[in-house]
Design a binder for this molecule. Structure first.
Ligand SMILES: Cc1ncc(COP(=O)(O)O)c(C=O)c1O
Length: 381
């Protein structure tokens, strides 16, 4: 019997045709489809500058490079996140402080940021990474207020949140519009809202940052417009470009984004209705009802201790029933690469012990979802 994964891409005939056609173009990289895709993204997100790149990880690296972070610069980031931001910060030899997270959402909160700043007596903070875990944007206004108070850059690791919206002073903004953040980054890995196979996006409204992103993405090269064979290198850049083949897929995927978001929402609502009040030891994180999510993950919290069980037992139980659930993510301080001193992270510990992501993706069928719900409910009997 086939396993039900926790996430997967949706590819249709149009996607396949688009990729195939792109292979007949004169340029299959640095060609016209890159600009076309970037323009469509800027329009969709309502931001000034969008750059596509080879992955969400590359997008975060470009974001950090573009604000000229240097060795020993202080950066704050969530204790629970995919490892990309932490690894990049360490490669850049930044001084990283992990901010504890909320027990249920797994996200940093304004209070936890202030506690981290106070406890470590931090001064001259250069940047804060925010991650909208599962695609649910929370606390944007308060994060923006803290940014203004301490005068640091906000980089949104919005890898889960393409298509999410947040309310600010009675107006809805897209995550990635960069109206209340300096830079946003997205991933187009197959499990994300749209996919380009692998791929990433960086957005900003700041001209200087935009110029830097473009330079760092392609070796720091500037070419003489009249004499194409002449060029200079202005930055120690990389090759983080995304090919036209990937962008061909991105263009047809972006056309379907509203359908993708609607489908994910439908799955979310069914899970919510079925599981919300089903058992006192199972809860679903409550998010702000003013914002709207990309529904990248469906997270459930189970008080395993009270059930005299643990998360591994539950994940194995689901796996034995051909359901691949996941844990997003093991707190960063638990890995061997974490070399700072241990930190007080009550929220991350609780989140780590109790939270599980269950399958949510466009092609998840009603039958499959009903099976997942049934198997989860059976666990509590
Ligand atoms: C929150 C978060 N940040 C960064 C990344 C890295 O993105 P990519 O896999 O495209 O490099 C991911 C990917 O899983 C992610 O979920």
């Amino acid at each position: 019997m086939k396993f039900i994964p926790y996430g997967s891409q949706h590819i249709d005939k149009k996607d396949k045709e688009s990729v195939l056609n792109s292979l007949s173009n004169d340029l299959i990289t640095t060609g016209p489809l890159v600009d076309k895709f970037e323009n469509k993204i800027s329009k969709y997100l309502e931001c000034k500058y969008s750059y596509v790149c080879s992955s969400g990880t590359a997008a975060i690296h470009l974001a950090m490079l573009s604000i000229n972070l240097k060795k020993k610069d202080v950066i704050l980031m969530p204790a629970v996140n995919f490892i990309a931001s932490y690894n990049i910060a360490k490669i850049m030899q930044l001084k990283v402080y992990l901010v504890d997270v909320d027990d249920y959402t797994g996200q940093i909160t304004p209070k936890k940021i202030e506690e981290c700043i106070k406890k470590n007596r931090l001064k001259n903070i250069k940047a804060l990474i925010i991650m909208y875990h599962g695609g649910y944007p929370e606390n944007l206004k308060k994060f923006y207020d803290i940014k203004k108070k301490y005068n640091f850059f906000i980089i949104e690791d919005a890898c889960h949140a393409l298509g999410s919206k947040y309310k600010y002073k009675n107006r809805l903004f897209k995550v990635g519009s960069c109206k209340h953040a300096d830079i946003s980054t997205f991933s187009m890995h197959p499990v994300k809202t749209i996919t380009t196979g692998e791929g990433g996006i960086v957005t900003t409204n700041n001209k200087k940052i935009a110029e830097n992103i473009k330079l760092f993405r392609s070796h720091g090269i500037v070419r003489n417009k009249k004499k194409y064979w002449k060029y200079n290198i202005l930055k120690n850049g990389l090759n983080y470009r995304l090919s036209d083949i990937n962008c061909a897929l991105g263009l047809t995927q972006l056309q379907k984004i509203n359908f993708f978001l609607k489908k994910r929402k439908k799955i979310y609502i069914k899970y919510y209705k079925e599981l919300k009040n089903f058992n006192r030891h199972l809860s679903i994180p409550e998010y702000s009802r003013y914002n709207s999510s990309s529904f990248h993950l469906f997270i459930i919290n189970i008080e395993f201790k009270k059930l005299k069980k643990n998360k591994d037992h539950f994940l194995k139980y689901l796996n034995d029933n051909n359901i691949i659930a996941q844990f997003h993510y093991i707190p960063i301080y638990k890995f061997d690469v974490f070399d700072e001193k241990k930190l007080n992270s009550e929220g991350a510990e609780k989140y780590f012990n109790n939270s599980v992501s269950i399958p949510i993706y466009v092609d998840l069928t009603v039958n499959q979802q009903e099976k997942i719900i049934k198997i989860i409910k059976k666990y509590f009997i």
